[in-house]
Design a protein around this ligand. Structure first.
Ligand code: ADP
Ligand code: MG
Ligand code: MG
Length: 909
């Protein structure tokens, strides 16, 4: 059988359905589904993503039968709509729309009003009796087509401000100014007629080609342009950010046009079945009378509110659709319910009203930010729309990150000078330097600066700059504008439609409220409220809001029902430990003793001095003297942490970093050390010299320190075991796990185990107990440890994968030097992602799997976890679940993310 390249929909039937997104793209699949649901959809057809694949594989040509298939499908559309494409008397116009598997808002091209030309214009004028409308449609066709098909798809890259779209836009604006017209809708028939004539001349001058006057030529031009927009710069940028594979391809939808620009009983709009910023279960949207398609999203006019629930300071004076077209609104509201009940999720919809008649043009699962995602999942569960498993799946683990992301410090906010208010399009706070172009945002961010991108409005070309910014601020556009849509998808702080701003991207200034701000000046955004402030405001942790943290906790408890692996946290102080328990951590997977020396507090300074004294000691007895003074400080820290965790396991790692890291550099500190240690500055320099290593990362560190200086291990082990013994004696619970770092052979572990046994016996005696409960194990972070894991498991009672070092040593990438080359590797697709952020399952993952298998063969009860940064990264957590780890451990703020990712892993996602 010949392959099927084209699928029709409309007139109450559809050859495709919502399940066919891979083949038909999200838009095409859902248009077919809506048609079958008897929702009014203009008839059309979808050219499959496989044609896109074919197109790129075959030198930008189409399968042989495609032409005939398209004409046949067009025939069906003509039949359903009762019009004919290219017919002078009763012409059908179509839109040519892109549609990838997962939505890429505004990233690819759409051309409306295809089929308008000298031979069809008079017929349409006669049929509609509305010449103004016809010429408005024609000028839109010329603007879109010359840009999308004749310029972009032809590979022409005009200089900034010289693109055909910009030039035609400028002509339109000049005309409006001349006529004193406030909006496009105020231009009349003669103006538009004259404008299109001049447009055509300009197109010929700039692009060296006539604007095509043949409907079929327009149609095929549009189809080709959509396919080639798949590889346009902004689509490619967006795919990188969203990790959408290049191979997917886009479908093309050709659909009969319906017109929102036929007068005051016509309109177009965009809506969400629930509020995408808060999750509130009320219909939410924007609309424009007498407008077409992209006008709402493009932020050309401030759109009207759909209903009262959508009113805000910017639009409350404008009529709502509910008030202006009550019947149509009611019908739309009915469709809203029908769609939610059918898709069982919040829908993002596009609609057009042509002379009072409602048409649906798109529906898809709406993007939402973190707080809204949690709220909707919990609400829909309560409403019985979805079950608990589905609810847990509804929130992407990374979205929780947003809920836990910093907001502006309310105290700082109170004192700050508010300069403007806009629409709260993306919640949270952001503070940073003002930049005015996407390119500047990228460049400044590369230098490690926090920036806020300030634009008149954003367009899809700005995505990489938007991504690089901490926050986005626009002067124009509504809650469904491009900036709002994109920011919401990323969970980025964003304020749009801030009309008081005068943005001059050319001069790089922002004038507002009598103040002029320049590039580099500080500005702060409260994206939850829409407030803009001059200057820098400190950021704080949002979980201090009780309502929000309640919702998160309810949701995470639901997730915990399904989770099968433990989630612990990495914590280095008793305070961290307490916070981690509040986030739901079930233990500490990594307690780094050395962090007590970094703290800067009084105890920490004392401890650091003694540690330094130990480092410069010339012999064992001097070293022991310093260790004896260090002991009570280390013990206090460990004991308080064990107490805070109240019987939950605490993995305590023995001293890991190379000693020279602690050698003082400053004069004052050097003098102080020399005094306490009773040595000369020359002695100190000599000692520092001796400690110097060419490659400290792979030098004298970890267990190697304990082998050379057993008394260092001894002191720490005694602190751990005494703390535990004393706590248990006092009727409390304590479960320490002694972890030896940087082990490559079991003999290292045996060597330290002998010390542990000796100290254990001593502690039992001094504390008067039979035994202290603890586990003894190791960090697995050297490839050799993975290869010999069966032997290591003879001594180790647990493994904890230190995936930061394991990645470093497995790749041979110095963790401290990756900035110079890993970004290029990712860009050039040699690596799919930075392996220090996302675990390399293919390579390093094999080492882990092998170590688990070998280890458990020796000791089936071996406890296994991970304590690298990866322990809080969703895809890596899923991997840990699959390979049978007992727990993951991550930084306290990532605990909720790990809990959810682990639950979703257990649900088999
Ligand atoms: P995107 O994927 O960027 O949202 P669309 O293909 O949805 O692009 O097209 C953009 C807008 O064009 C739509 O929101 C809709 O308003 C308008 N549009 C597309 N097809 C038609 C049509 N057949 N009739 C009327 N308007 C249309
Ligand atoms: Mg759309
Ligand atoms: Mg390490």
């Amino acid at each position: 059988m010949a392959e099927k390249w084209v699928y029709s929909f409309g007139g109450g039937t559809g050859e495709g359905d919502a399940k066919m997104k891979n083949l038909l793209g999200g838009k095409g699949a859902n248009l077919a589904e809506m048609a079958v649901l008897q929702i009014p959809v203009p008839a059309g057809f979808t050219i499959t993503t496989e044609v896109c694949t074919y197109y790129y594989k075959n030198d930008k040509t189409y399968p042989q039968s495609l032409q005939a298939d398209v004409l046949a499908a067009l025939g069906k559309v003509e039949q359903i709509m009762g019009m004919k494409f290219g017919d002078p008397a009763n012409p059908l116009l179509v839109s040519v729309r892109s549609g990838a598997r997962s939505s890429m808002p505004g990233m690819m091209e759409t051309v409306l009003n295809v089929g308008l030309c000298t031979s069809t214009i008079p017929g349409l004028v006669k049929k509609t009796g509305n010449p103004r409308f016809v010429y408005d449609a024609y000028r839109r066709l010329i603007m879109m087509y010359s840009d999308v098909v004749m310029e972009k798809a032809a590979g022409i890259e005009p200089a900034e401000g010289k693109g055909i779209r910009v030039q035609l836009d400028r002509m339109l604006h000049e005309l409006k100014d001349k006529r004193g017209a406030k909006s496009d809708a105020d231009l009349g028939e003669d103006d538009l007629k004259d404008l299109v004539a001049r447009f055509k001349v300009r197109v010929r001058e700039v692009l060296g080609k006539e604007f095509p006057d043949d409907p079929l030529e327009q149609l095929w031009g549009g189809i080709g342009a959509v396919f080639s927009s798949w590889n346009g710069k902004r689509a490619v940028d967006y795919r990188r950010i969203e990790r959408i594979p290049d191979e997917w391809g886009t479908a093309v939808n050709v659909q009969a046009m319906v017109f929102g620009n036929m007068g005051d009983s016509s309109a177009t709009g965009v809506a969400f079945t629930r509020n995408p910023a808060t999750g509130d279960n009320r219909f939410y949207g924007e609309w424009l009378p007498n407008a077409q398609g992209e006008d709402v999203v493009a932020g050309i006019r401030t759109p009207n509110p759909l209903n009262d629930a959508t009113k805000n300071a910017q639009n409350e004076h404008l009529p709502s659709l509910e008030a202006a077209m009550a019947d149509t609104y009611k019908q739309l509201d009915g469709i809203r319910l029908k769609l939610e009940n059918h898709f069982k999720d919040m829908q993002d919809i596009e609609f057009t009203i042509q002379e009072g008649r409602l048409w649906m043009l798109q529906c898809r699962n709406g993007k939402r930010n973190g707080p809204a995602a949690v709220r909707m999942a919990l609400d829909m569960l309560k409403e019985g729309l979805i079950d608990d498993k589905t609810a847990v799946r509804r929130v992407a683990p990374n979205q929780l990150d947003e809920l836990l992301h910093p907001i502006l410090d309310p105290k700082g906010e109170q004192k700050a000078h508010a300069i403007a208010k806009g629409l709260p399009a993306g919640p949270g706070g952001a503070t940073g330097h003002i930049v005015f172009t996407a390119a500047d945002a990228v460049a400044w961010a590369k230098q490690g600066k926090a920036v806020i991108l300030v634009r008149e409005e954003t367009n899809p070309e700005d995505v990489d700059g938007m991504w690089s910014s901490k926050g986005i601020l626009t002067a124009r556009g509504g809650m469904t504008s491009h900036a709002a849509l994109v920011a919401r998808g990323w969970g980025k702080c964003c304020i749009v439609g801030c009309g008081a701003l005068h943005v001059d991207a050319h001069a790089k200034t922002l004038k507002v409220d009598g103040t002029t701000l320049k590039e580099g000046d500080f500005i702060s955004l409260n994206g939850t409220k829409g407030n803009v402030y001059e200057g820098q405001i400190a950021m704080v942790d949002p979980t201090s809001d009780p309502e929000l943290s309640n919702q998160i906790e309810t949701f995470l408890s639901l997730a915990d029902k399904f989770r099968t692996i433990g989630v612990r946290t990495n914590a280095d102080t008793p305070q961290d430990a307490a916070k981690a328990r509040a986030f739901g951590a079930q233990g500490i997977g990594l307690f780094r003793t050395e962090h007590m020396f970094y703290g800067g507090g009084e105890n920490s300074t004392k401890a650091l001095l003694q540690l330094r004294r130990m480092i410069v000691a010339r012999n064992e007895s001097e070293r022991r003297a310093a260790l004896a003074e260090l002991f009570p400080l280390v013990k206090e820290d460990i004991k308080a942490t064990l107490a805070a965790m109240d019987g939950l396991p605490v993995t305590i790692r023995l001293l890991d970093p190379p000693l020279h890291e602690f050698v003082p550099q400053g004069d004052a500190e050097r003098k102080r050390l020399v005094e306490v240690a009773g040595i000369t500055l020359a002695d100190l320099d000599k000692r520092a010299e001796a400690l110097h290593e060419v490659n400290p990362m792979m030098g004298h560190r970890g267990v190697r320190l304990g082998v050379t200086f057993p008394e260092i291990s001894e002191m720490q082990i005694r602190a751990i075991l005494e703390s535990a013994a004393e706590l248990t004696k006092a009727g409390k619970k304590a479960l320490p796990e002694i972890m030896v770092p940087v082990v490559g052979t079991v003999l290292e572990l045996d060597h330290q185990r002998a010390i542990v046994d000796r100290i254990h016996a001593e502690v039992c005696k001094t504390c008067g107990v039979d035994k202290v409960e603890f586990l003894y194990g190791t960090m697995i972070e050297i490839p050799r440890a993975c290869l010999t894991a069966d032997k290591i498991a003879q001594t180790a009672e647990f493994f904890s994968f230190g995936t930061n070092d394991l990645t470093q040593m497995g790749f041979g990438f110095s963790r401290d030097d990756i900035g110079g080359f890993v970004p290029d590797y990712v860009e050039k697709k040699i690596l799919p992602a930075d392996p220090f952020q996302i675990l390399d399952q293919e390579g390093i993952g094999q080492l882990i799997q092998m170590a688990i298998e070998k280890g458990r063969k020796t000791n089936p009860k071996l406890k296994i976890g991970i304590c690298g940064e990866h322990g809080g990264e969703p895809s890596s957590v899923m991997f840990c679940h699959r390979v049978g780890m007992n727990y993951v451990s991550c930084s306290p703020f990532r605990v909720p993310i790990a809990r959810l990712a682990a639950a979703q892993a257990a649900l088999g996602d």
